[in-house]
Design a protein around this ligand. Structure first.
Ligand code: NAP
Length: 497
């Protein structure tokens, strides 16, 4: 059933090491959809067909859950050091095949090849981190007051986990869930996004090659119309004890409702609307460089993308002029072309949302300082855009744009900046530029976000907890915290007479 379409640019490997998998992965077998249906994966840069992948539904999902249920007692019984060895081998294989994986990722997702490679290496780093972390799942003894009793607490895997991932980080979003789940001793059913199943399948193929036993990871593929059915099968089944979801708030809230029926553990990584605050004492060159990173990386299709640039009124014009100049240097084009910094948006719907935000802002008085329309290359390429004089009344001041648009707003006082920054239903990330340490501390403490980046435009690392407050989600991925969602604690008391 493994239909390998030509993917001529990837070097040929011996059978079993193929990265381009066009079948689902259930109980260690590469399988098609029961009804034989398939859906197309297209390259967002030119809409060419990359591959066709099985369009699965509830029955395949139920079989994947059964496989994960059967594998769970065996996998949890594997000593942590041996689980760690498999994860470490998986890490090594991802690093070895980083170039091939990056090309695959760019082909289905669109981001520039160096960024795709960086994501793959970060993916490997997450796997390596949890290979180590899983070895340190010790128990703790309790200071019990009663001398006739002893007590201790053990951490145990929660059981079968569902993982649902988005298209914007198709490799790292998978590793942030699967690596800690496997390290904890859980088994998983993964449903990757419709647009980017191939990267997830390639990672599963490498996990298989690394020696992961059958049924420990299962991958169910489906298009947008199948997602509801697959999601339902995962949430309805009481055997699934945990749902780890990264994606939109709308779907996250729906899954939360569905999980209530069987009281599942939940980890939700949802949208964001990051403020990027530049005070008048900031290093302006640094702030502009970081603004480019925080806004235009992955063409702005990031949950942590800066979506409101709050600039102190005294430096506003200078910041805007420098950002316009810097953004004018950005190279837009297909991600595989050397030197390209901005790839295409994922699809036409994404272009329509970006255009709506710009039109709405301009209609309500914003000034177009750069870009503003579909790029001359056409398709889903969009000009890097800067909007000046953005106000609270505009949709872009509240809704996630998920595109290359930087909206600039003015503020006068620290309190005003904090109030604007916190006036959002989201609370994922924020950026802050200042050289005044007291101000940095005051503002950092006041910001209602799961992460604050001070004087830098990027902050993700495998060592840190990543996640949001308010409607940006629940739980944390990364670091020691990333294991918590996949573990439950058990208190044991022993009477010693
Ligand atoms: P999405 O529409 O919510 O889709 C995310 C995943 O959920 C996809 O695999 C999708 O499948 C699946 N899905 C859709 N409807 C479902 C349902 N009813 N039941 C079960 N699964 C369902 O989000 P997206 O547009 O792909 O991703 C962008 C969003 O993700 C943004 O809001 C972004 O901020 C957020 N995000 C958050 C983080 C974070 O860590 N906080 C990281 C990255 C992205 P199909 O693709 O088949 O529809």
């Amino acid at each position: 059933m493994d239909m390998r379409l030509p993917f001529s640019t990837l070097p040929h490997r011996p059978s079993g090491q193929e990265l381009v998998r066009t079948a689902g992965f259930i109980d260690g077998e590469w399988v098609g959809a029961d009804r034989g249906a398939r859906f197309e994966v297209r390259n967002p840069a030119d809409r060419t067909l990359v591959a066709e992948v099985p369009n699965m539904g509830a029955s395949e999902t139920r079989r994947a859950i059964q496989a994960a249920v059967a594998a769970f007692p065996r996998w949890r019984a594997v000593p942590p050091a041996q689980r760690s060895a498999v994860l470490r081998r998986w890490h090594e294989l991802i690093v070895e095949r980083a170039d091939d994986l990056a090309l695959l990722l760019t082909t289905e997702q669109g981001k520039p090849l160096p960024d795709a490679r960086a994501e793959i290496l970060q993916t490997a780093t997450f796997v390596e981190w949890y290979a180590e972390e899983g070895k340190r799942l010790g128990s703790s003894t309790l200071p019990v007051a009663d001398p006739t009793r002893r007590g201790w607490v053990v951490r145990e895997p929660v059981g079968v986990c569902a993982a649902i991932t988005p298209w914007n980080y198709p490799a790292s979003s998978v590793a942030k869930k699967l690596a800690p789940a496997l390290a904890a001793g859980c088994t998983v059913v993964l449903k990757p996004a419709e647009q980017t199943p191939l990267t997830a399948l390639a990672l599963a193929a490498l996990a298989e090659l690394a020696g992961l036993p059958s049924g420990v990871i299962n991958v169910v593929t489906g298009d947008g119309s199948a997602a509801t059915e697959i999601g339902r099968a995962l949430t309805d089944d009481p055997a699934v004890r945990m749902m780890s979801f990264t994606g939109s708030g709308e779907v996250g809230r729906e899954l939360m409702r569905q999980c209530a029926a069987t009281v599942k553990n939940l980890s939700l990584e949802l949208g964001g609307h990051a403020p990027f605050i530049v005070f008048d004492d900031a290093d302006l060159d640094l702030a502009v460089e970081c603004a480019v990173k925080a806004k235009f990386r992955n063409s702005g299709q990031m949950c942590v993308a800066a979506n409101r640039f709050l600039i102190h009124a005294d430096i506003y014009d200078g910041f805007a002029a420098r950002l316009v100049e810097r953004v004018g240097q950005l190279e837009v084009g297909p991600g595989v072309v050397p030197g390209v910094q901005l790839g295409p948006l994922i699809d036409e719907l994404a272009v329509a949302k970006v255009a709506r935000h710009i039109d709405d802002a301009v209609a309500l008085g914003a000034r177009l300082l750069a870009g503003g329309k579909v790029h001359a290359r056409g398709g889903t390429f969009f000009e890097p855009t800067i909007l000046g004089d953005v106000t609270d009344a505009m949709a872009i001041a509240h809704e996630e744009t998920f595109g290359p648009v930087a909206p600039l707003m003015r503020f006068r006082t620290e309190q005003e900046a904090i109030a604007i920054a916190n006036a959002s239903e989201y609370g994922l990330a924020s950026y802050l530029f200042s050289r005044d340490i007291s101000r940095i501390l005051r503002v950092t403490e006041a910001l209602e976000t799961g992460a604050v980046a001070v004087n830098t435009g990027s902050f993700t690392t495998e060592a840190a907890p990543f996640g949001g407050v308010k409607q940006s989600g629940l739980g944390r991925e990364g670091g020691t915290w990333g294991l918590d969602s996949f573990l439950s604690v058990k208190h044991v008391t022993l009477g010693i007479g």
